[in-house]
Design a binder for this molecule. Structure first.
Ligand code: FDA
Length: 306
Protein backbone atom coordinates (compact mmCIF):
# COMPACT_ATOMS: atom_id res chain seq x y z
CA UNK A 1 0.00 0.00 0.00
CA UNK A 2 2.80 2.43 0.97
CA UNK A 3 4.72 1.76 -2.25
CA UNK A 4 1.56 2.17 -4.35
CA UNK A 5 0.64 5.47 -2.69
CA UNK A 6 4.20 6.77 -3.05
CA UNK A 7 4.12 5.78 -6.74
CA UNK A 8 0.82 7.67 -7.07
CA UNK A 9 2.47 10.67 -5.39
CA UNK A 10 5.04 10.76 -8.23
CA UNK A 11 2.59 10.28 -11.11
CA UNK A 12 2.26 13.49 -13.20
CA UNK A 13 -0.99 12.14 -14.73
CA UNK A 14 -2.66 11.77 -11.34
CA UNK A 15 -1.12 15.00 -10.07
CA UNK A 16 -2.92 16.76 -12.91
CA UNK A 17 -6.31 15.17 -12.33
CA UNK A 18 -6.92 14.27 -8.67
CA UNK A 19 -6.77 17.83 -7.28
CA UNK A 20 -9.65 18.80 -9.61
CA UNK A 21 -12.00 16.42 -7.80
CA UNK A 22 -14.03 18.13 -5.12
CA UNK A 23 -14.04 15.07 -2.82
CA UNK A 24 -10.24 15.04 -2.89
CA UNK A 25 -10.19 18.71 -1.94
CA UNK A 26 -12.53 17.89 0.95
CA UNK A 27 -10.38 14.97 2.13
CA UNK A 28 -7.15 16.98 2.18
CA UNK A 29 -8.67 19.43 4.65
CA UNK A 30 -7.85 16.99 7.39
CA UNK A 31 -4.19 17.93 6.95
CA UNK A 32 -4.46 21.63 6.13
CA UNK A 33 -6.73 24.39 7.44
CA UNK A 34 -7.16 25.80 3.93
CA UNK A 35 -5.38 26.54 0.67
CA UNK A 36 -5.04 30.27 1.34
CA UNK A 37 -2.16 31.64 3.46
CA UNK A 38 -4.75 33.47 5.54
CA UNK A 39 -6.14 30.14 6.78
CA UNK A 40 -2.65 29.07 7.90
CA UNK A 41 -1.97 32.40 9.62
CA UNK A 42 -5.30 32.34 11.44
CA UNK A 43 -4.62 28.78 12.60
CA UNK A 44 -1.18 29.84 13.85
CA UNK A 45 -2.78 32.65 15.86
CA UNK A 46 -5.01 30.08 17.52
CA UNK A 47 -1.98 27.84 18.22
CA UNK A 48 -0.14 30.81 19.74
CA UNK A 49 -2.87 31.01 22.40
CA UNK A 50 -2.18 27.35 23.21
CA UNK A 51 1.60 28.00 23.39
CA UNK A 52 2.16 25.93 20.25
CA UNK A 53 4.54 27.51 17.75
CA UNK A 54 4.04 27.22 13.99
CA UNK A 55 6.02 26.27 10.92
CA UNK A 56 4.58 27.38 7.60
CA UNK A 57 5.03 25.60 4.33
CA UNK A 58 3.42 26.48 1.02
CA UNK A 59 2.96 23.21 -0.81
CA UNK A 60 4.69 22.79 -4.13
CA UNK A 61 7.84 21.06 -5.32
CA UNK A 62 9.96 20.45 -8.41
CA UNK A 63 9.12 23.68 -10.21
CA UNK A 64 10.44 23.64 -13.77
CA UNK A 65 10.89 27.36 -14.48
CA UNK A 66 13.17 29.80 -12.65
CA UNK A 67 10.34 32.36 -12.53
CA UNK A 68 8.24 29.97 -10.45
CA UNK A 69 11.07 29.74 -7.91
CA UNK A 70 11.33 33.52 -7.87
CA UNK A 71 7.56 33.84 -7.32
CA UNK A 72 7.70 31.34 -4.44
CA UNK A 73 10.51 33.30 -2.80
CA UNK A 74 8.47 36.51 -3.16
CA UNK A 75 5.49 34.78 -1.65
CA UNK A 76 7.51 33.64 1.37
CA UNK A 77 8.93 37.16 1.86
CA UNK A 78 5.33 38.38 2.12
CA UNK A 79 4.55 35.56 4.53
CA UNK A 80 7.48 36.60 6.76
CA UNK A 81 6.03 40.13 6.80
CA UNK A 82 2.68 38.75 7.93
CA UNK A 83 4.30 36.60 10.63
CA UNK A 84 6.04 39.71 11.99
CA UNK A 85 3.02 42.03 11.76
CA UNK A 86 0.77 39.54 13.57
CA UNK A 87 3.37 38.62 16.18
CA UNK A 88 3.13 34.90 15.42
CA UNK A 89 5.85 32.59 16.78
CA UNK A 90 6.17 31.23 13.24
CA UNK A 91 9.03 29.89 11.15
CA UNK A 92 9.21 28.78 7.52
CA UNK A 93 9.91 25.32 6.14
CA UNK A 94 10.83 25.34 2.47
CA UNK A 95 11.61 22.73 -0.18
CA UNK A 96 14.61 23.70 -2.30
CA UNK A 97 12.90 22.34 -5.42
CA UNK A 98 10.03 24.78 -4.93
CA UNK A 99 12.60 27.58 -5.17
CA UNK A 100 13.89 26.23 -8.49
CA UNK A 101 16.67 23.83 -7.34
CA UNK A 102 16.16 21.64 -10.43
CA UNK A 103 16.71 24.64 -12.68
CA UNK A 104 19.32 26.85 -11.02
CA UNK A 105 20.99 25.79 -7.77
CA UNK A 106 22.89 29.07 -7.38
CA UNK A 107 19.71 31.11 -7.61
CA UNK A 108 18.02 28.77 -5.12
CA UNK A 109 20.75 29.48 -2.58
CA UNK A 110 20.26 33.20 -3.18
CA UNK A 111 16.53 32.86 -2.54
CA UNK A 112 17.21 31.02 0.72
CA UNK A 113 19.63 33.78 1.71
CA UNK A 114 17.00 36.44 1.06
CA UNK A 115 14.43 34.58 3.13
CA UNK A 116 16.89 34.07 5.99
CA UNK A 117 17.86 37.76 5.91
CA UNK A 118 14.24 38.84 6.08
CA UNK A 119 13.43 36.36 8.85
CA UNK A 120 16.46 37.49 10.87
CA UNK A 121 15.06 41.04 11.15
CA UNK A 122 12.40 39.71 13.53
CA UNK A 123 14.44 36.88 15.04
CA UNK A 124 12.82 34.28 12.76
CA UNK A 125 14.14 31.02 11.37
CA UNK A 126 13.94 29.37 7.95
CA UNK A 127 14.21 25.59 7.61
CA UNK A 128 15.08 23.51 4.56
CA UNK A 129 12.88 20.44 4.10
CA UNK A 130 14.56 17.24 2.94
CA UNK A 131 13.31 15.67 -0.29
CA UNK A 132 14.08 12.34 -2.02
CA UNK A 133 17.59 10.85 -1.88
CA UNK A 134 18.56 12.29 -5.28
CA UNK A 135 18.69 15.63 -3.47
CA UNK A 136 20.25 14.70 -0.11
CA UNK A 137 23.91 15.50 -0.77
CA UNK A 138 23.10 18.69 -2.67
CA UNK A 139 20.68 19.83 0.03
CA UNK A 140 23.19 19.27 2.82
CA UNK A 141 25.80 21.15 0.76
CA UNK A 142 23.40 24.10 0.25
CA UNK A 143 22.73 24.17 3.98
CA UNK A 144 26.48 24.27 4.73
CA UNK A 145 26.87 27.31 2.48
CA UNK A 146 23.71 28.98 3.76
CA UNK A 147 24.53 28.42 7.41
CA UNK A 148 27.95 30.00 6.99
CA UNK A 149 26.27 33.38 6.42
CA UNK A 150 22.90 32.90 8.07
CA UNK A 151 22.78 31.62 11.64
CA UNK A 152 18.98 31.50 11.65
CA UNK A 153 18.59 28.51 9.35
CA UNK A 154 17.87 24.83 9.87
CA UNK A 155 17.71 21.61 7.89
CA UNK A 156 15.60 18.46 8.00
CA UNK A 157 17.45 15.10 8.06
CA UNK A 158 15.83 11.68 7.62
CA UNK A 159 16.43 8.85 10.08
CA UNK A 160 15.68 6.17 7.44
CA UNK A 161 18.81 7.14 5.48
CA UNK A 162 21.95 5.23 6.37
CA UNK A 163 24.06 8.33 5.73
CA UNK A 164 22.31 10.56 8.29
CA UNK A 165 24.56 9.70 11.24
CA UNK A 166 27.51 10.98 9.20
CA UNK A 167 25.56 14.04 8.06
CA UNK A 168 24.88 14.99 11.67
CA UNK A 169 28.57 14.72 12.54
CA UNK A 170 29.40 16.75 9.44
CA UNK A 171 26.96 19.53 10.41
CA UNK A 172 27.52 19.70 14.18
CA UNK A 173 30.54 22.05 13.97
CA UNK A 174 28.29 24.59 12.19
CA UNK A 175 26.03 24.94 15.26
CA UNK A 176 23.11 23.74 13.19
CA UNK A 177 19.38 23.52 13.70
CA UNK A 178 18.39 19.99 12.72
CA UNK A 179 14.87 18.61 12.44
CA UNK A 180 15.03 14.84 12.56
CA UNK A 181 12.19 12.97 10.83
CA UNK A 182 11.72 9.33 9.85
CA UNK A 183 11.54 10.10 6.11
CA UNK A 184 8.58 10.19 3.72
CA UNK A 185 9.90 8.91 0.36
CA UNK A 186 10.38 5.48 -1.17
CA UNK A 187 14.11 4.75 -0.90
CA UNK A 188 16.05 1.57 -1.80
CA UNK A 189 17.56 -0.67 0.87
CA UNK A 190 21.05 0.28 -0.30
CA UNK A 191 20.41 3.82 0.97
CA UNK A 192 17.76 3.43 3.61
CA UNK A 193 16.62 1.27 6.50
CA UNK A 194 13.40 -0.32 5.35
CA UNK A 195 11.84 -1.78 8.47
CA UNK A 196 10.00 0.24 11.03
CA UNK A 197 12.13 -1.22 13.82
CA UNK A 198 15.38 -0.18 12.16
CA UNK A 199 14.14 3.32 11.35
CA UNK A 200 12.87 3.88 14.88
CA UNK A 201 16.12 2.58 16.41
CA UNK A 202 18.17 4.84 14.16
CA UNK A 203 15.91 7.80 14.97
CA UNK A 204 16.48 7.31 18.70
CA UNK A 205 20.23 6.85 18.24
CA UNK A 206 20.53 10.00 16.10
CA UNK A 207 18.46 12.08 18.53
CA UNK A 208 20.61 10.87 21.41
CA UNK A 209 23.79 11.74 19.48
CA UNK A 210 22.49 15.31 19.10
CA UNK A 211 21.45 15.50 22.76
CA UNK A 212 24.90 14.29 23.81
CA UNK A 213 26.50 16.94 21.62
CA UNK A 214 24.29 19.51 23.28
CA UNK A 215 25.07 18.24 26.77
CA UNK A 216 28.76 18.52 25.86
CA UNK A 217 28.29 22.21 25.11
CA UNK A 218 27.66 22.20 21.35
CA UNK A 219 25.11 24.76 20.19
CA UNK A 220 22.67 22.57 18.28
CA UNK A 221 18.96 23.21 18.02
CA UNK A 222 17.16 19.88 17.95
CA UNK A 223 13.76 19.40 16.33
CA UNK A 224 12.14 16.00 16.84
CA UNK A 225 9.74 15.81 13.88
CA UNK A 226 7.52 12.84 14.65
CA UNK A 227 4.07 11.85 15.89
CA UNK A 228 5.51 8.72 17.46
CA UNK A 229 4.83 9.44 21.10
CA UNK A 230 6.70 6.38 22.39
CA UNK A 231 9.81 7.56 20.53
CA UNK A 232 9.41 11.07 21.93
CA UNK A 233 9.16 9.62 25.46
CA UNK A 234 12.30 7.58 24.86
CA UNK A 235 14.18 10.68 23.71
CA UNK A 236 12.86 12.67 26.68
CA UNK A 237 14.21 10.03 29.08
CA UNK A 238 17.66 10.27 27.47
CA UNK A 239 17.57 14.07 27.65
CA UNK A 240 16.71 13.97 31.35
CA UNK A 241 19.46 11.40 32.01
CA UNK A 242 21.92 13.81 30.40
CA UNK A 243 20.74 16.54 32.77
CA UNK A 244 19.13 18.55 29.98
CA UNK A 245 15.92 20.55 30.49
CA UNK A 246 12.68 19.54 28.73
CA UNK A 247 13.20 22.40 26.29
CA UNK A 248 16.49 20.89 25.07
CA UNK A 249 14.57 19.63 22.05
CA UNK A 250 11.44 20.79 20.29
CA UNK A 251 8.70 18.42 19.19
CA UNK A 252 7.44 19.22 15.71
CA UNK A 253 4.25 17.66 14.34
CA UNK A 254 2.04 18.14 11.32
CA UNK A 255 -1.25 20.02 11.42
CA UNK A 256 -4.17 17.64 11.86
CA UNK A 257 -2.19 14.84 13.48
CA UNK A 258 -2.20 14.17 17.22
CA UNK A 259 -3.16 17.64 18.37
CA UNK A 260 -4.16 16.13 21.71
CA UNK A 261 -0.56 15.00 22.18
CA UNK A 262 0.77 18.39 21.11
CA UNK A 263 -1.33 20.03 23.84
CA UNK A 264 -0.31 17.45 26.44
CA UNK A 265 3.38 17.92 25.70
CA UNK A 266 3.03 21.71 26.04
CA UNK A 267 1.25 21.27 29.38
CA UNK A 268 4.17 19.12 30.55
CA UNK A 269 6.73 21.78 29.71
CA UNK A 270 7.95 20.59 26.29
CA UNK A 271 8.37 22.96 23.34
CA UNK A 272 5.99 22.10 20.50
CA UNK A 273 5.65 23.45 16.96
CA UNK A 274 2.96 22.54 14.45
CA UNK A 275 3.75 22.50 10.75
CA UNK A 276 0.86 24.13 8.88
CA UNK A 277 0.74 23.50 5.15
CA UNK A 278 -1.27 25.59 2.70
CA UNK A 279 -1.42 26.22 -1.04
CA UNK A 280 -3.08 24.51 -3.98
CA UNK A 281 -0.22 22.16 -5.01
CA UNK A 282 -1.00 19.67 -2.26
CA UNK A 283 -1.31 16.48 -4.30
CA UNK A 284 2.11 14.73 -3.80
CA UNK A 285 2.35 15.93 -0.22
CA UNK A 286 -1.13 14.60 0.56
CA UNK A 287 -0.32 11.23 -0.99
CA UNK A 288 2.76 10.96 1.23
CA UNK A 289 0.50 11.61 4.26
CA UNK A 290 -1.80 8.80 3.15
CA UNK A 291 1.19 6.51 2.65
CA UNK A 292 2.32 7.08 6.23
CA UNK A 293 -0.79 5.50 7.64
CA UNK A 294 -3.04 3.19 5.64
CA UNK A 295 -5.96 4.08 7.95
CA UNK A 296 -5.85 7.52 6.34
CA UNK A 297 -7.00 5.96 3.07
CA UNK A 298 -10.14 4.70 4.83
CA UNK A 299 -10.62 8.16 6.29
CA UNK A 300 -10.33 9.69 2.81
CA UNK A 301 -12.81 7.15 1.43
CA UNK A 302 -15.29 8.03 4.17
CA UNK A 303 -14.96 11.69 3.14
CA UNK A 304 -15.71 10.69 -0.44
CA UNK A 305 -18.83 8.76 0.58
CA UNK A 306 -20.02 11.49 2.94
P1 FDA B 1 5.02 6.87 12.32
O1 FDA B 1 4.73 6.85 10.86
O2 FDA B 1 5.63 5.69 12.95
O3 FDA B 1 3.70 7.26 13.07
C1 FDA B 1 3.57 7.27 14.47
C2 FDA B 1 2.10 7.50 14.79
O4 FDA B 1 1.73 8.84 14.45
C3 FDA B 1 1.15 6.62 13.98
O5 FDA B 1 0.91 5.39 14.62
C4 FDA B 1 -0.09 7.48 13.89
O6 FDA B 1 -0.86 7.37 15.05
C5 FDA B 1 0.47 8.87 13.81
N1 FDA B 1 0.65 9.30 12.41
C6 FDA B 1 1.81 9.38 11.72
N2 FDA B 1 1.60 9.83 10.47
C7 FDA B 1 0.28 10.01 10.37
C8 FDA B 1 -0.56 10.47 9.32
N3 FDA B 1 -0.08 10.80 8.14
N4 FDA B 1 -1.88 10.54 9.57
C9 FDA B 1 -2.41 10.21 10.75
N5 FDA B 1 -1.64 9.77 11.80
C10 FDA B 1 -0.34 9.68 11.60
N6 FDA B 1 9.66 13.90 5.75
C11 FDA B 1 10.62 14.11 4.84
O7 FDA B 1 11.03 13.17 4.15
N7 FDA B 1 11.13 15.37 4.65
C12 FDA B 1 10.75 16.44 5.39
O8 FDA B 1 11.24 17.56 5.20
C13 FDA B 1 9.76 16.22 6.40
N8 FDA B 1 9.34 17.24 7.19
C14 FDA B 1 8.52 16.96 8.25
C15 FDA B 1 8.25 17.95 9.20
C16 FDA B 1 7.50 17.65 10.32
C17 FDA B 1 7.21 18.72 11.34
C18 FDA B 1 6.97 16.33 10.51
C19 FDA B 1 6.18 15.96 11.71
C20 FDA B 1 7.23 15.37 9.56
C21 FDA B 1 7.99 15.66 8.43
N9 FDA B 1 8.27 14.68 7.49
C22 FDA B 1 9.22 14.93 6.54
C23 FDA B 1 7.49 13.41 7.46
C24 FDA B 1 8.19 12.28 8.20
O9 FDA B 1 9.30 11.83 7.46
C25 FDA B 1 7.24 11.08 8.40
O10 FDA B 1 6.87 10.58 7.16
C26 FDA B 1 6.00 11.41 9.19
O11 FDA B 1 6.29 12.26 10.26
C27 FDA B 1 5.32 10.11 9.72
O12 FDA B 1 6.17 9.44 10.57
P2 FDA B 1 6.11 9.53 12.17
O13 FDA B 1 7.45 9.98 12.63
O14 FDA B 1 5.02 10.39 12.62
O15 FDA B 1 6.01 8.05 12.69
Amino acid sequence: MRTLLLWMARSPWLRERIPRLSFARRAVRRFMPGEEPEAALTQAEAFREQRIGSLFTRLGENVVRAEEGEATAQHYLGMLDQIAVRGIPGELSVKLTQLGFDVDAGRTLEHMGRLADRAAVDGGVVWIDMEGSAYTERTVAVYERLKAGHANTGICLQAYLRRTAADIQRLLPLEPAIRLVKGAYDEPATLAYRTRREVDANFAALAVAMLEARAAGRAVRIGVGTHDVALIEQIAVHAAALGLPRTAFEVQMLYGIRLDQQRRLVSEGYAVRDLIAYGSAWYPWYMRRLAERPANVLFALRQIMG
